[in-house]
Write a protein that binds this ligand. Structure first.
Ligand code: AKB
Length: 314
């Protein structure tokens, strides 16, 4: 199998960091960043090939795989939960058609695929504490519906066609390289930028809101680890539960305030509160730990220190 890697959604929150990590590991020329609407930053553009393709366009995507003789796709294209509620038809089309294209290419060209699911696959009827790997999946957002459908489709392609597709249910992701874009967990990113710039942040969820979260270096590590894992060890082909930490919006604000004493904050919940309330508070990721040795490195205090340091630097 060719060692060349395509990363779709490369200018997004995960893509912009995962692409660089993959280039560091496998060489810049071997990792092709594929963007669509977002503009690549200097680092992404200068560290290896950059292509513009709409992943819902099967012919264009196939041409790209053939041009580079790619063997692996990290398919990160997706419209997130809050943005999806504003444009459900578009979210379904982008999230599902692009995934179907990637799975069909994998089936025909024997590619290995990574595709992220999310805690958004869970819904109001899912047990909220220590949410099990196998549980009720009845999401109330179109994004969540596309994640459940995507998990089922991925597993179907694995069973029916032997496609080597691997997936993680990402928690809310905290990172400093790209601004938050249409997610419900965005408050856990925006608070850092606002605290540094304006010394004030209005959370769009209430102070008791607890969600599973993860710092981006852990998400990147997990993504590369599952893709490098021995396929015989993978017992889940829908999507693995993945966890690092859970905290309330208030706990996050207090942790930031430890480092910025004149930081002030308040809570003005909007329509995203309902989405946050439909998701779990803590996740049981023991299957990922047992199957391929998953261990997170960042807790809340380490994350806050690193985020503030990097935001000030950049
Ligand atoms: C969102 O908030 O929509 C995403 C997610 C949890 O998948 N960050």
């Amino acid at each position: 199998m060719s060692k060349k890697i395509l990363v779709t959604g490369a200018t997004g929150q995960v893509g912009s960091e995962l692409t660089i990590a993959l280039r560091d590991k496998f060489g810049g020329g071997n990792v092709i960043a594929v963007g669509h609407s977002g503009a690549p930053d200097k680092e992404l553009k200068n560290s290896g090939p950059y292509e513009v393709v709409d992943a819902t366009d099967m012919n264009a995507l196939r041409a790209l795989v053939e041009k580079y003789e790619a063997g692996i796709i990290y398919h990160l294209v997706g419209i997130l939960s809050a943005a999806g509620e504003k444009k459900p038809d578009l979210a379904w089309r982008v999230n599902m058609e692009s995934l179907k294209n990637v799975l069909d290419l994998a089936r025909n060209l024997k590619l290995r695929i990574f595709w992220p699911s999310s805690i958004a696959a869970f819904g109001p009827t899912t047990p909220k504490k220590n949410t099990p790997q196998k549980t009720i999946l009845e999401p109330s957002t179109i994004y969540g519906v596309s994640k459940v459908a995507g998990e089922l489709l991925a597993n179907y392609y694995f069973l029916k066609y032997g496609v080597d597709v691997r997936s993680l249910r990402y928690p809310g992701l905290i990172s400093y390289k790209t601004p938050p874009r249409g997610g419900t967990s965005d408050y856990a990113v925006a608070v850092f930028f606002e605290a540094v710039k304006n010394k004030h942040y209005s959370f769009f969820v209430n102070k008791e809101t607890v969600l599973p979260m993860m710092y981006m270096p852990d998400a990147v590590k997990a993504t590369i680890e599952i893709m490098e894992a021995d396929p015989k060890k993978l017992t889940v082909r829908h999507s693995y539960n993945l966890a690092a930490m859970s905290f309330s919006a208030q706990e996050l604000a207090l942790e930031v305030k430890k480092h910025i004493p004149d930081f002030s904050y308040d809570f003005k919940p909007d329509e995203r509160q309902k989405i946050a309330d439909s998701w779990p508070k803590t996740i049981d990721d023991s299957r990922a730990r047992e199957d391929w040795g998953w261990r997170p490195e960042f807790d809340l205090s380490k994350t806050v220190v690193d985020m503030l340091e990097n935001i000030r630097k950049h």
